[in-house]
Design a protein around this ligand. Structure first.
Ligand SMILES: [Zn+2]
Length: 374
């Protein structure tokens, strides 16, 4: 089996459209790559793509699931005006000031359609609403999606005929998704969370090539709808048997969290939604020290993951989160080119080690049932 080329795999992943609830393109790309390296691959009822690899341990409680989301931040049509201008709502944490104006692609039910996102002309007086307001009268308010529209050159009726109406998804078109190489860094749209998916694809291919078998049973779960509430992860956490749930995502390389913008993976102890298990995070730090590899730690605010959502809804008691240090999250993102290889190494070491004694701590004896014999 040919080695997966990391750069081209990530590039291909970022080219795929994957607004929340519309992850088919990403799943279709990943499926054969998982099938080449996993014992079993399937898609569940909510659209998660799952790869299973049997572990060396004979104890079925030695099992781990790793979540990385397939979806990307995008837009949804709120309404189409009589003159054909399209009004939008965000689908996930997407902001007009970070995206900027420019070409978009409308994923019509019958036909895709190019459009241009904008706010009108800047050369206007207070007789024009949105553009004037953005420039001169916003005070300390941020611009929002109500100041924007998409122009297609088509009438409302022509758009309807293409299956474009309220509820249709709008994404950044492929030609805007090109990678930028910046020496030691890569930049592009949707490293959140295609960088994590690339990490997992490289990881399972490496296991296959090197004939390595993880210690635990391993479920690689490429999830749906993370950006709008982690619904795929919540479902998978309820359906799949696993003692420990790990998440893999991008993390903000910001001084606020003392996270350096380097290639060193981030081990997260908490985010806004939930605490990650202290013993799991500590264990990952020890694994990094044994490699040896420098790992960073973080307590994040204004951040949620598949795993913290699953934990806070009672579906995933034992959990951890590893992040890839990223600048400009939810915009044109930048990572260090060695960040993914380092994350592969950290996860690989963890998954190959005998983690039975760690996982046993997460298998408490069941609650007693009432004794009805007396
Ligand atoms: Zn993410």
């Amino acid at each position: 089996m040919a080695t997966l080329n990391l750069r081209s795999t990530l590039d291909e992943l970022c080219q795929r459209y994957g607004p929340s609830g519309y992850e088919e393109e990403v799943a279709d790309y990943c499926r054969p790559l998982l099938e080449a390296a996993c014992d079993k691959v399937w898609r569940d009822a909510v659209g998660n793509l799952i790869g299973f690899i049997k572990g060396r341990s004979k104890d079925p409680r030695d099992s781990v699931r790793i979540f990385a989301h397939m979806d990307e931040i995008a837009l949804m049509i709120k309404r189409i005006e009589e003159d054909g201008l399209i009004r939008l709502d965000p689908l996930g944490g997407i902001y007009p000031n970070l995206l900027g104006g420019g070409p978009v692609e409308i994923l019509g039910r019958h036909q895709h359609q190019a459009g241009v996102l904008g706010s009108g002309s800047v050369h206007v007086s207070d007789k024009s609403s949105a553009a004037y307001e953005i420039q001169y009268s916003m005070g300390n308010k941020a611009m929002d999606w109500s100041h924007t529209h998409v122009f297609t050159g088509l009438s409302r009726e022509e758009l309807y005929r293409k299956g474009i109406r309220a509820g249709t998804r709008v994404v950044i078109p492929r030609h805007r998704r090109a990678f930028t190489d910046l020496g030691d860094y890569w930049a592009g749209y949707f490293f959140d969370n295609r960088a994590a998916i690339a990490t997992l694809l490289v990881l399972v291919h490496q296991f296959k090539e090197e004939k390595q078998q993880p210690f635990t049973d391993l479920y690689v779960v490429l999830t749906s709808e993370e950006e709008v509430g982690a619904h795929g992860a919540k479902f998978a956490a309820r359906q799949l048997p696993a003692t420990l749930t790990l998440g893999l995502d991008v993390g903000p390389a910001e001084k606020e969290y003392s996270i350096d913008f380097t290639a060193c993976p981030i081990i997260v102890y908490r985010d806004e939604e939930a605490l990650y298990d202290r013993k799991v995070a500590d264990y990952f730090l020890d694994v990094a020290a044994r490699i040896p590899m420098h790992a960073q730690t973080a307590s994040l605010s204004s951040y949620r993951s598949d795993v913290s959502h699953a934990k806070s809804s009672g579906r995933s008691p034992f959990s951890g989160l590893i992040c890839i240090p990223t600048r400009n999250t939810h915009s044109y993102e930048i990572i260090h080119r060695d960040a993914i290889p380092n994350t592969v190494r950290l996860l690989s070491e963890f998954l190959l080690e005998d983690t039975h004694s760690l996982l046993q701590q997460f298998c408490p004896t069941p609650a007693p049932t009432a004794d009805r014999s007396k």
